[in-house]
Design a protein around this ligand. Structure first.
Ligand SMILES: [Zn+2]
Length: 433
């Protein structure tokens, strides 16, 4: 009994096994036939034919729908088929839901744009014919342009600043280096460009300025020659010394005189013995102060004139020491603190021997005195300029210094007064001339 039961059980297992083998065999034959059928249709089948076909040339639907117009808010099977086609070609993401929404519209527009059709988002006969044709291309995204800064101003750096400088230079507004640093020269060029293009002249290249600058409406710099500017071009230009244009350590102006001995002490007090200035500038100063006396304005003092490179180094060093001793700063901290008020050696205009700090003896007050008022009104007639004003701080790099005058000669000073140009502006115009 026990043996029989086992035999019956074994028989069942064998029958199942035989059936299984038979079934696998049949399946294999069927599969082989399928494969051969496929192989006849597609001569070179790849491992993943579907994927390859979608990216290269999506399979066309079995029945091409009758072309008609599909547009926003249309719904239906044909819209769904169109969406699927757009999905297969890469123009549309997500599922084909048969509802013509804004994503579908954008996909249609992209398809139209890429195929040179009017990209209105209406899937009309022309669009649909092309969409379902073998000529339909897969979506090629247009490269996103690198973001353009909408504003460039002082301190900005990089390729966009270089481009700005190059453009301003091409138009004659900028004469400095194409270095990608938005400094005072660049700012001044932007300001002049703005003045001549009816834009607010703030020296900041904002969206409107940039749009104008790179448009066809941007014109070359216009300078109306005057008899004075022609004369200026014929002569030598004033020496510029600032943070961007320092003099070297061995720079010594020619024609220095000792002002303590040279100047009439009845007209001016020289605060520090041995103070030197360039003779031509000192002569102009004395003529000016003699005329001031005629106007009843006396009691003048020169508290600074020529400074050598070494002098400026000493001034810097004593300031640093003072910060270290009195404020307990480290040397590094003291140096950065001192640089806020003391010009770096080479960058002080006093190196020229053409600059004077004019004060009133025995008082630290100068602003608002009759001397200051007379000086600011008349210095231009004697070849002097008020070198640093608050108004031009962003160009000169210095806050207003009402006491600091600079000799440039009357042929220059009178134009600068008339045009309200600081020295940097004046030189830029003259060079462009
Ligand atoms: Zn000064």
């Amino acid at each position: 009994m026990r043996k029989n039961r086992l035999n019956i059980g074994g028989l069942v297992v064998i029958v199942i096994l035989i059936c299984g083998i038979f079934w696998v065999g049949v399946a294999a034959i069927v599969n082989q036939q399928d494969y051969e059928r496929e192989a006849r249709i597609t001569p070179t089948p790849s491992i993943t034919p579907r994927t390859v076909q979608i990216t290269e040339n999506p399979a066309l639907p079995t029945s091409t729908p009758t072309p008609r117009l599909f547009k926003m808010n249309d719904v239906g099977i044909e819209v769904r088929d169109m969406q699927q086609r757009l999905i297969n070609l890469g123009y549309l993401k997500g599922n084909a839901d048969g509802q013509f929404g804004s994503a579908t519209e954008n996909a249609v527009k992209a398809f139209q744009f890429q195929h040179g059709l009017k990209d209105d988002g209406y899937a009309g006969e022309q669009t649909l014919s092309l969409l379902y044709s073998a000529q339909a291309q897969t979506f090629v995204p247009t490269p996103t342009p690198s973001p353009t800064p909408s504003m460039l101003s002082s301190g900005a750096q990089g390729e966009e600043v270089k481009r700005l400088q190059q453009r301003l230079s091409d138009l004659g507004f900028y004469t400095g280096a194409i270095d990608g640093d938005f400094g005072n020269g660049t700012k001044n060029a932007v300001r002049i460009f703005q003045q001549q293009h009816d834009l607010a002249a703030d020296g900041i290249a904002g969206a409107m300025t940039l749009a104008k600058l790179y448009s066809d409406a941007a014109h070359r710099i216009v300078i109306t020659p005057t008899p004075e500017t022609v004369q200026v071009m014929a002569g030598s230009m004033p020496l510029l010394v600032n943070k961007d244009k320092p003099v070297g350590g061995d720079f010594i102006p020619s024609g220095l005189v000792n002002m303590s001995e040279y100047c009439d002490s009845k007209l001016v007090k020289i605060k520090y013995k041995g103070t030197q200035g360039v003779r031509e500038a000192v002569d102009a100063l004395m003529i000016m102060l003699a005329d001031a006396k005629k106007d009843g304005v006396t009691n003048w003092q020169v508290s600074a004139a020529y400074r050598s490179y070494k002098d400026q180094e000493d001034i810097m060093e004593s300031n640093v020491k003072s910060y270290m001793n009195n404020n307990g700063l480290s040397r590094k901290q003291a140096e950065s603190a001192a640089k806020k008020t003391v010009a770096d050696p080479g960058t002080s205009e006093h190196h020229t021997g053409l600059a004077f700090d004019i004060t009133v003896p025995n008082t630290s007050v100068f602003v608002g005195t009759q001397q200051q008022k007379w000086l600011h009104k008349h210095c231009w007639d004697y070849g002097f300029i008020i070198r640093y004003t608050d108004e031009k701080e962003d160009i000169t790099g210095f806050l207003g210094e009402e006491w600091h005058i600079r000799y440039v000669g009357t042929e220059h000073s009178k134009i600068m007064q008339q045009k309200n140009w600081c020295l940097e502006e004046y030189l830029q115009y003259a060079v462009l001339q």
